[in-house]
Structure formats: structure tokens, C-alpha cells
Design a protein around this ligand. Structure first.
Ligand code: FES
Ligand SMILES: [Fe+2]
Length: 362
């Protein structure tokens, strides 16, 4: 008997372009991924006092996050239960949300309180009319929402993450929202999320980040157990060009599928990314920073400004170009650089993201 010929290993290829460009598939992804998973809505310090509310959208779903009169965090679909006008816009503090169309008003528990001339309608029972609630959780100060009423809670969805975050930042729950900026990236949400989750391009494209915050030789991105989290780790930079005093804890960030990452820079700078799809080839990224007093001090301002004009802008330029390339008739997905040794020049996270997406929509 002869031994079979060894089979040459085939490199894993990237995802075909239609996952990034096809409008019908995009709608399916919104339904199966974005309406079924936990998404970062805001920080609890932004809705800290009863009556505080803010509004946001997840694609075509408008949402209100509020602090109810009972001091409980609430989330509702932002739609009046009369004839469907959007109820609230922007943010503020109110006892009642009043619909701009016919002035039905709701308290911040979502209960209808009054409707003009409703007493003239036999059987009209305002106690039966409420805004439609959405799952909401305060996770270490971050407010997550989930449009799927059946989804398990954050700790069951992302076990071990609470402890891992607290080990990097023990006072995380005392942080307050300080600042955010945002940009429309001109690419599919996954193009942006892929770019965030690999550092194969970092030495080539992010000279400032590689010197200012982290030590690129120690950077790695690996799955966090068998849950849908990618864990970025690195030692703090040893360069003389550090943006600020980076002593203390090392770098760590936690990308929570599908569209949130919470980052801990060395020296205690806490920040986040969240991505909100706008259409098949556009996504809005929110870049938020958190401090101990809700203020932006000189050090934090320097980090925000440096990041914005270097790493953040460099990635914006990259992802737009990639999205254009994904529409090219000449594009065939190439092999991914999946390095069994891990390390910075490694696209294992891309392979994993593709598996997670395909398991949701194929
Ligand atoms: S639609 Fe809101 S009051 Fe009529
Ligand atoms: Fe990048």
C-alpha cells in the first residue's frame, strides 16, 4: 500500500465582492446581523438624569434611549403609536415627549399620557398605548441596545469580557462620555470593520499610531475564546515619540461583533468605535472618548487630535479606495495572509469575520 500524496494546503480566500456591494444581500445582513445583535447606542453618562433622552438610528430604525422617571434606563422605537410620525429628535431632558403631528404625549416610561380629543372616542384607553420597548443594558457604563427581543443578555453573549475590560481599566464604570466625532466612510460596513480588525496594514499606513501609542512588534489580534469577539493586544510604545505618558497598563481593545469596539490605550485613555450602516456602500463611524470627569483635558485633546489627523483619516482614505476596488470587474478575492504564529502581519481576524457573517446570512 502506498501513502496517499500529501494534499497541498489551499490558502483561505477573502469574501467575494458581492457581500460588500449587493443591495439585496445588504438588506439581509441588516436583518440578520444588525437587528439581531447588541449594538453600542451611547454612554450611560449621556442619559444620567430622569428625563434625559437621546435619539439614534440603526439603518431604517429610529430609536430613543432615555432615563425613565423611575431612574431606569429605557429604549424605545422612536415612532408615535397614533399614525407613525417620528416622536422625538436630537436630545434633551423632558417629562413628556410630544408628537409633533397631533400632540399625543408620552412619559419616559413610554406610556401614553394624553391625546387631544381622545375622550370623545368611546373605548379609547390610553393605558393600553405605549411606545414599543427595545432591549437595553448598561454594560460597564456603555449603553447597548438589541432589536431582537429573544437575544441573550450581554454577559451571556460576550462571556468574560466584563472581567477582561475591568482588568485593563478597574475604574471603567466611573468614566463619563467626554467627546465624539464621526465620519461617513464611503464604504460597506464590513470593509470598515475588516480594516479595523487587521493590522497587516499598520506599519505601512499608520506610522504615527505605531510610534505614538503601541509597540507594533507586539501587536496581535486574536479571537477571544469561542465567542464573537476579537481581542487586540499590544505593549505600549517604547518610542520617544509617544503622544503622552503611556506608562501603566498596556493596550487592549475588544471588538464585539458586529459593530462595536471598546479600546483601552496605555495610560488609561478609554475610547470606542461604533459603526452604523447607512447603505450598502456607506457607513457612519462614531469615535468616542471617555474621561473621569466628562471633560477633555490637554492630554486627551492631544490623543483625539493626533488620532483624528493620522490613524483615523488614513483608514478613511483606505476604505473608500477598497470599496471602489470591490466594484471593479477586475477584482477576484485573493488569499488571506493567515499566519499560524499570529503577530501583526496576520489576517486571521478577516477569515473569522467572514465566517461569522456567512453563518448569519448564507
Ligand atoms: S402621529 Fe403622533 S400624534 Fe398623530
Ligand atoms: Fe488602519
Amino acid at each position: 500500500m502506498t501513502n496517499p500524496e500529501p494534499v497541498a494546503a489551499e490558502p483561505v480566500k477573502g469574501l467575494e465582492a458581492h457581500y460588500f456591494t449587493d443591495g439585496a444581500l445588504f438588506e439581509q445582513i441588516i436583518e440578520s446581523v444588525f437587528y439581531k445583535n447588541w449594538l453600542l447606542a451611547c454612554h450611560s453618562s449621556q442619559v444620567s438624569t430622569p428625563g434625559d433622552f437621546l435619539t439614534l438610528s440603526i439603518y431604517d430604525q429610529d430609536i430613543i434611549v432615555a432615563k425613565g422617571p423611575d431612574n431606569e434606563l429605557k429604549a424605545f422605537y422612536n415612532v408615535c403609536q397614533h399614525r407613525g410620525h417620528m416622536l422625538a429628535s436630537g436630545k434633551g431632558n423632558k417629562k413628556l415627549l410630544v408628537c409633533p403631528y397631533h400632540r399625543w404625549s408620552y412619559d419616559l416610561n413610554g406610556q401614553l399620557k394624553s391625546a387631544p380629543n381622545s375622550k370623545s372616542v368611546p373605548g379609547f384607553d390610553s393605558s393600553n398605548i405605549c411606545l414599543t420597548p427595545i432591549r437595553v443594558e448598561n454594560f460597564l457604563g456603555f449603553v447597548f441596545i438589541n432589536l431582537d427581543p429573544e437575544c441573550v443578555g450581554m454577559d451571556d453573549c460576550y462571556p468574560g469580557i466584563r472581567e477582561a475590560m475591568l482588568s485593563l481599566c478597574p475604574d471603567l464604570e466611573q468614566r463619563q462620555y467626554a467627546y465624539h466625532h464621526q465620519a461617513d466612510e464611503g464604504c460597506n460596513w464590513l470593509t470598515a470593520v475588516e480594516n479595523y480588525n487587521e493590522c497587516y496594514h499598520c506599519k505601512n499606513c499608520h506610522a504615527a499610531f505605531a510610534k505614538g501609542i503601541i509597540d507594533p512588534d507586539s501587536y496581535a489580534i486574536a479571537p477571544f475564546g469561542d465567542i464573537k469577539v476579537l481581542h487586540h493586544t499590544s505593549l505600549a510604545t517604547r518610542s520617544d515619540d509617544a503622544w503622552y505618558d503611556v506608562s501603566g497598563a498596556d493596550y487592549g481593545s475588544f471588538y464585539l461583533w458586529p459593530a462595536t469596539s471598546i479600546q483601552f490605550y496605555p495610560g488609561g485613555v478609554v475610547n470606542s468605535y461604533s459603526w452604523s450602516p447607512l447603505k450598502v456602500d456607506d457607513v457612519r463611524v462614531f469615535r468616542s472618548f471617555y474621561s473621569n470627569d466628562g471633560k477633555v483635558d490637554e492630554v486627551l485633546k492631544k490623543v483625539i487630535d493626533n488620532d483624528r489627523i493620522t490613524t483615523f483619516q488614513e483608514d478613511l482614505d483606505i476604505v473608500k479606495e477598497v470599496q471602489r476596488g470591490l466594484r471593479s470587474r477586475g477584482y477576484k478575492p485573493g488569499p488571506l495572509i493567515v499566519d499560524p504564529e499570529g503577530g501583526i502581519d496576520n489576517e486571521l481576524p478577516i477569515q473569522i469575520l467572514h465566517q461569522w457573517l456567512r453563518s448569519a446570512v448564507d
